[in-house]
Design a protein around this ligand. Structure first.
Ligand SMILES: *[C@@H]1O[C@H](CO)[C@@H](O)[C@H](O)[C@H]1NC(C)=O
Ligand SMILES: *[C@@H]1O[C@H](CO)[C@@H](O)[C@H](O)[C@H]1NC(C)=O
Ligand SMILES: *[C@@H]1O[C@H](CO)[C@@H](O)[C@H](O)[C@H]1NC(C)=O
Length: 794
């Protein structure tokens, strides 16, 4: 079914060498610069040339060349002379089809045809390049009649040795023509143009040519060609398809006879349609206007293909071409993107558009009752409108995974994702994997793809926002940059996804009072890393815990923090000789902003033994057992430096003083770093005789008590005499000394010679409480960084 004689195409990449490749295809160029791919092919009814438009070049033009000169192929000249030129800038192609009977084609016996063209391409630079395109085609004998429907003309050629029509088959019109022929045919050829229902017009072949009716004689054939829409043509509906028909009778003297030849051309005017999937073209099942006289035509073969060539059934099936032969019409159709056409994508207004164009080729063999064959050829350049293909994105995020997954679909086969912008930060696809972002390309359906990107919620580019108690929002805006290959035309798509995490609550601590402190406990939860645990402004770390004497136990399920009494961070209140309250506060801060989200404070009642508290409000509170150093000391008769300041409470061994730092004769000393407040508890020995205590005034003891505050943490110290410290002070108690030393008494064994600082403004004198306490000789600098939560103290 395919045409075996077609010599096949030759793609000529026009470099210097191409002229040497094939002796039949001589191609030379005036410059070596650009490479212009040119395809030149001999097809059933014409020569097909296609030229790839150079990107920077203008539309090329052709000149048909023969021995008499060069003739520019213009629109009207082409229609008259059998050249069809079409440019498709969108797909970057130019087509030229030249009929074998075109004006400037060498013809040997209607079998060998020689074409020569000049091709001119103007470049942006203003330089015009010239290429010689020539081709010789050997074609098997044409059937008696060939009717060709081109885009811009109709052509009919008939063999001139046709048997003369028998008398019985002469139709009316022919008789009329004979009559005219008798009288006017002398030397020159005459043409009679007949139009249904109109008076026939007779004119010389020359006059006909000026009207656009071209008649040519070849070694064995007579050729008639005309463009569409001529005055003598008519349009009729044939089986529901609009058909243009032109009928001419040429008559001339041959020897002693006047020969008349009927030339009828008829072409379907269907321009083709696109139904969304296929391009269709329709023509009548039998082109009845081609019937001359009372004869009949029947269709013997119908074939379709592309680019001037019919394909066999197998190839048609493979490519999805279909010819539906109905009673009235033949529908030839080609699916979108089928092999044989050109699929092209481009961007307009940030939208990917695709179109498909094809040179549909139709051939039909018609036979009349005498077995005379008519071949009907048609070529139709058809194209779909631009079909927009917008990408779409789908949010495939699952909260459990804590990863954003976004699907970008409807990506055509020739499009590639080059980069993504994640919340404004551009990342090329090439480096994405290295940076920990997964981007995959997956097939979607035929010829379509999708991209899937995965970005963990906790990625640094994801925006996280703490909305309110228990809800967190993660947001990711993605700008996708897509490029059409190979021209790398870019278009973009935007996606925005967000996720609300509802269970991201700060950890809750259970506080528990123990004999010697407070214990906090919290079970680990999924989003713990979103928070910091802090004491005051210090983040809880194993190091801080060990420095301050907290006991931190942190296993895979639970965190337990045991805070012994008198370690840094306690606030004391309601101190009596019997008991006092100690409060410890754990803060939960946002790990990102350090904003305090939650406080877990625990207040516990403790038994008072001994202590020294230096509050932020400037109150020193001391409970001490004076009988430890002086067993016979009398707690009831103790005073401070100011003798009128007496203990608030006493029992047999202990005293409780609580006084403002600006009262009771408190001395203060200031250096560049610390302010030290100092007072003394003065007491006397008590001698017992009988059952009544006797007081001697000779043996007096003084016990020094101090509160030390860092200078920079104290406000308005000397301005309004109102004391306010950022942190509680550090308390010190010095063992009592006897003043004046009138009586020599042995020192108590446990008497200490150095002063003991205590944490957090409190001191307890049990040795265990000092276990972690630095010695007085240690630089106080170390304590300067011990700070407490705000508003500690009374
Ligand atoms: C093109 O071919 C014609 C005929 O062979 C020749 O005369 C002419 O010089 C050629 N032009 C170029 C530029 O090669
Ligand atoms: C995306 O998916 C997540 C998880 O299913 C959902 O929470 C979120 O509301 C979705 N929508 C947007 C716009 O991100
Ligand atoms: C407790 O352990 C977890 C890991 O198991 C760790 O992420 C966390 O920071 C630890 N907490 C403290 C206060 O050390």
């Amino acid at each position: 079914m395919a045409f075996g004689f077609v010599s096949g195409g030759l793609l000529l990449l026009c470099a210097v060498t191409c002229a040497l490749r094939d002796s039949k295809n001589t191609l030379q160029q005036s410059s070596r610069l650009p490479q212009v791919p040119i395809v030149v092919e001999c097809k059933a009814h014409a020569l097909f040339i296609s030229v790839d438009l150079p990107p920077s070049g203008s539309e090329p033009r052709f000149e048909a060349i023969d021995a008499t000169g060069a003739y520019p192929v213009t629109e009207s000249y082409g229609a008259q002379c059998g050249y069809t030129y079409s440019a498709h800038p969108l797909v970057g192609l130019v087509h030229l089809r030249a009929s074998y009977f075109s004006c400037h084609t060498g013809n040997q016996n209607d079998e060998v045809f020689t074409f020569m063209f000049g091709l001119f391409i103007m470049y942006e630079s203003g330089k015009e390049l010239f290429f010689n395109v020539s081709k010789t085609c050997s074609v098997p004998p044409f059937p008696p009649r060939v009717v060709t429907c081109e885009e811009n003309y109709m052509e009919v050629s008939v063999r001139t040795d046709l048997p003369s029509p028998t008398a019985g088959s002469i139709k009316e019109g022919f008789s009329a023509a004979s009559a005219v022929a008798q009288s006017s045919a002398v030397e020159a050829w005459q043409v009679m143009l007949q139009q249904e229902g109109q008076q026939s017009e007779v004119m010389s072949a020359e006059d006909a040519a000026t009207l656009g009716y071209f008649i040519m004689v070849t070694p064995g054939r007579l050729v008639f060609r005309t463009t569409f829409g001529q005055r003598h043509a008519s349009v009729k509906m044939v089986n529901g398809v609009a058909v243009e028909v032109i009928q001419a009778t040429v008559f001339f003297r041959q020897n002693w006879m006047v020969v008349m030849v009927d030339l009828v051309a008829a072409c379907s005017l269907d321009e083709g349609t696109f139904d969304g999937y296929r391009l269709h073209w329709r023509t009548p099942a039998v082109m009845t206007p081609l019937v001359v006289g009372p004869s009949e035509l029947r269709s013997e073969y119908i074939g379709m293909g592309v680019d001037g060539e019919v394909v066999d059934e197998q190839a048609a099936t493979d490519r999805g071409y279909s010819v539906t032969i109905g009673e009235d019409t033949v529908d030839s159709s080609i699916p979108f993107a089928a092999e044989g056409g050109i699929r092209k994508s481009f961007v307009t207004g940030n939208v990917y558009n695709e179109l498909y164009t094809v040179q549909l080729t139709y051939q039909q063999k018609l036979v009349d009752q005498n077995g005379v064959v008519t071949k009907h050829n048609a070529v139709r350049q058809m194209a779909t409108p631009p079909i927009p293909r917008s990408p779409f994105s789908v949010n495939q995020t699952t909260l459990e995974e804590r990863v954003f997954q976004v699907y970008l679909g409807n990506i055509p086969f020739d499009v590639e994702l080059v980069s993504v912008e994640l919340n404004g930060q551009e990342i090329s696809v090439l480096t994405a994997a290295k940076m920990g972002y997964s981007i995959t390309r997956v097939p979607e359906e035929e010829n379509s793809f999708a991209y899937i990107i995965r970005v963990p919620f906790d990625d640094r580019l994801v925006v996280k926002q703490y909305l309110s108690a228990g809800s967190f929002e993660y947001t990711l805006d993605i700008k996708w940059t897509l490029n059409i290959r190979p021209q790398m035309e870019a278009y973009y798509h935007f996606s925005s996804v967000s996720a609300l995490i509802a269970d991201a609550l700060p950890p809750v601590f259970d506080g528990m009072c123990t004999d010697n402190g407070i214990s906090f406990m919290s079970d680990h939860q999924q989003y713990d890393y979103l928070w910091d645990i802090a004491i005051g402004s210090y983040t809880l770390t194993p190091q801080l815990a060990s420095e301050r004497g907290y006991i931190l136990t942190n296993d895979s399920t639970t965190l337990i923090l045991a805070v012994p009494l008198f370690t840094i961070g306690y606030v004391y209140e309601g101190i009596t000789l019997k008991q006092f309250y100690g409060t410890f506060e754990l803060l939960t801060r946002s790990a990102k902003t350090l904003e305090i989200e939650q406080s877990s404070a625990k207040r516990c009642l403790f038994q008072t033994t001994e202590l020294l508290v230096c509050s932020t409000e400037g109150v020193m509170t001391v409970v001490t057992d004076i009988t430890k150093a002086v067993p016979s000391a009398d707690p009831a008769r103790t005073t401070l430096l100011d003798r009128s300041c007496r203990p608030q409470e006493t029992d047999e061994t202990r005293v409780l003083f609580s006084f403002g730092l600006n009262t009771c004769g408190t001395r203060f000393h200031i250096d560049w770093q610390y302010v030290t407040y100092e007072n003394e508890i003065t007491f006397h020995e008590l001698y017992s005789t009988d059952s009544r205590p006797v007081i001697t005034r000779d043996a007096a003891y003084r016990m020094t008590i101090r509160c030390i505050y860092p200078v920079r943490g104290i406000e308005s110290l000397f301005v309004d005499r109102k004391f306010r410290a950022e942190t509680p002070g550090i308390g010190q108690i010095k063992d009592p000394v006897k003043v004046p030393p009138q009586m020599l008494k042995p020192m108590q064994p446990q008497k200490r010679t150095v002063m003991k600082p205590s944490f957090q403004g409190s001191a307890a004198r049990k040795p265990a409480d000092y276990a972690r306490v630095g010695q007085w000789s240690e630089p106080l600098d170390k304590y300067a960084q011990w700070s407490l939560g705000p508003n500690g103290g009374f």
